[in-house]
Design a protein around this ligand. Structure first.
Ligand code: ADP
Ligand code: MG
Ligand code: MG
Ligand code: MG
Length: 386
C-alpha cells in the first residue's frame, strides 16, 4: 500500500531492500527542493556510500493537497531513466530499484555534482554542458524515433509513455494560461501593462496555438519533457539528466527548446558582458545534436533515410520547433505559475527590467521562429533589450 515515506521509513526501506551492508550506520535527510516530490538521501556513515530515494506524492507539493497528481509519474520517471540509459547511459543516474505501488525510484546519488541552474546563477560555465546535452538529446531522440527503432516497437513504447496528467500541466501552464488572464499566472503588479499587451496579441497567440498543437499531436520521439537547467546535474567534467516524470512521445524540438530557454533566462539575469558562454552553449548544443543525430542516421534501416534532404527537413523542423518552444518557456517562466530562480532572485528594479526583456524576447522567438538560425540568439537578445 502507498504511504509517504518519512526519513525513518526511508532508512527501513533501504535496509529491507538490502541496499547497504548489514553493519551499515545509516542516516537520512529529505533534500527535495522540487515542486512535486520527496527526495531522500541515505548515507552509510561508515563508508560514505549513499543512495537517493525519490517518491512521488499524490498531490503537487507546491500547491498543496488541493492539486491531486497521479502517482504513475514515478513509474514513468524510472522507466524513462532506464530507456535513456540504454542509449546514453553516461548522462543519467543509475536506477537501482523502483516500485510502482510506493511510487519510488531508488537511484545513484549525484550530490558530488551541482544543479546546473544554481551553478549558472553563481557564474559557473560548465564547459562540457552543451556537448553532453546535445549528445544526450540526439541519441535518445534518434533511437526512440521511427528512424532508429522498429516502427511497431516504437508504437508500443509510445503507449507505455502516454502521460496525460503530466502533459496536461504543460499544456496549461506553458501553452495556455500565460497567454490568457488565468488565475494560475503569477507576476509582479508592475508588469501588468506588459502582460495585458501580451494577452491582446493575437498574432502571438495564433503562433502559440500552433506550437501547442504540435505538443499535443506530434509523437516524434521520447522526450524528457521537463529539460530545464534545474533537471541537470553538472560539474566541469560530468553532466547528468534527472527528473523525467514528464516524459512522453512528442515533437523532436521540445527538449532542446526548454534547454535553450533556460540558458536564455540565465543570460537575461547576467550583465551583458558575461553572456557569451551561454550563447556558445546554445550553438554548441545544436551543433552536437545535429552531428550526433546525423551519425546515428547513417545506420537507419528506414528506406527514407536514404532519400536526400529528408534528414535536412527533420533537422530544420527541429530547430524551428526548438526556437518556438523556447519562446513559450521564456514567457511562462516569467509570468506563469512556476518561475526560475535566475530571474526571481534579482533585486526588484533589475528583475522588472529582465522580465520585460524576457517577454519581448519570448515573443520574437515565437513569431519569427521560421526565419531564425541558431546563431541569431545573441543578436535577438540584444535587439530586445529595450
Ligand atoms: P522534482 O520532480 O520534485 O522537481 P527532482 O528530481 O528535480 O524532483 O529532485 C529535486 C531535488 O532533489 C534536486 O534538485 C536535487 O537537489 C535533489 N536530487 C534529486 N535527485 C538526486 C540525485 N540522484 N542525487 C542527488 N540529489 C538529487
Ligand atoms: Mg537541492
Ligand atoms: Mg525537478
Ligand atoms: Mg519533477
Amino acid at each position: 500500500m502507498y504511504e509517504p515515506l518519512t526519513e525513518q521509513k526511508a532508512i527501513a526501506l533501504a535496509v529491507r531492500l538490502g541496499l547497504f551492508d548489514a553493519d551499515a550506520l545509516l542516516s537520512c535527510q529529505e533534500i527535495g527542493d522540487g515542486n512535486l516530490n520527496l527526495v531522500f538521501r541515505i548515507v552509510n556513515e561508515r563508508t560514505n556510500d549513499s543512495i537517493i530515494i525519490k517518491q512521488a506524492l499524490p498531490y503537487a507539493k507546491v500547491v498543496g493537497e488541493s492539486w491531486p497528481l497521479t502517482l504513475k509519474r514515478a513509474t514513468i520517471e524510472s522507466q524513462a531513466l532506464r530507456t535513456f540509459a540504454s542509449y546514453a547511459s553516461q548522462y543519467v543516474p543509475k536506477v537501482y530499484y523502483s516500485d510502482e505501488t510506493l511510487a519510488i525510484t531508488v537511484m545513484e546519488d549525484l550530490s558530488h555534482l551541482q544543479i546546473a541552474r544554481r551553478g549558472l546563477i553563481e557564474g559557473k560555465t560548465f564547459p562540457k554542458l552543451s556537448e553532453h546535452i546535445g549528445e544526450f538529446v540526439a541519441k535518445t531522440a534518434f533511437y526512440t524515433s521511427d528512424f532508429g527503432m522498429n516502427q511497431q516497437q516504437k508504437k508500443k513504447l509510445a503507449q507505455q509513455f502516454t502521460n496525460p496528467e503530466l502533459c496536461k500541466i504543460t499544456e496549461d501552464l506553458v501553452f495556455t494560461d500565460p497567454f490568457f488572464d488565468h488565475d494560475t499566472n503569477n507576476f509582479e503588479a508592475e508588469l501588468r501593462a506588459d502582460v495585458k499587451q501580451l494577452w491582446q496579441d493575437d498574432e502571438l497567440k495564433r503562433e502559440v496555438a500552433k506550437l501547442k498543437r504540435l505538443f499535443l499531436t506530434k509523437a516524434d520521439v521520447l522526450l524528457h519533457g521537463d529539460l530545464h537547467t534545474g533537471s541537470i546535474f553538472a560539474s566541469d567534467d560530468d553532466t547528468k539528466v534527472i527528473d523525467p516524470e514528464f516524459a512522453f512521445y512528442g515533437p523532436i524540438g521540445f527538449d532542446l527548446g526548454n534547454f535553450f530557454a533556460n540558458l536564455l533566462l540565465n543570460a537575461l539575469a547576467r550583465h551583458e558582458s558575461e553572456c557569451e558562454p551561454l550563447f556558445t552553449h546554445i550553438e554548441k548544443t545544436w551543433d552536437v545534436f545535429v552531428r550526433t543525430f546525423t551519425t546515428c542516421w547513417q545506420e537507419s534501416n528506414e528506406p527514407y533515410a536514404r532519400v536526400s534532404f529528408v534528414l535536412d527537413d527533420i533537422m530544420n523542423d527541429a530547430l524551428v520547433e526548438a526556437i518556438g518552444f523556447a519562446g513559450c518557456e521564456v514567457i511562462r517562466r516569467t509570468i506563469g505559475l512556476a518561475h526560475v530562480a535566475d530571474l526571481d532572485e534579482l533585486p526588484l528594479e533589475q528583475r522588472l527590467e529582465a522580465k520585460r526583456h524576457a517577454l519581448r524576447l519570448g515573443r520574437e522567438l515565437i513569431v519569427h521562429r521560421h526565419n531564425l538560425r541558431v546563431d541569431d540568439f545573441k543578436r535577438l537578445v540584444e535587439q530586445t533589450a529595450h
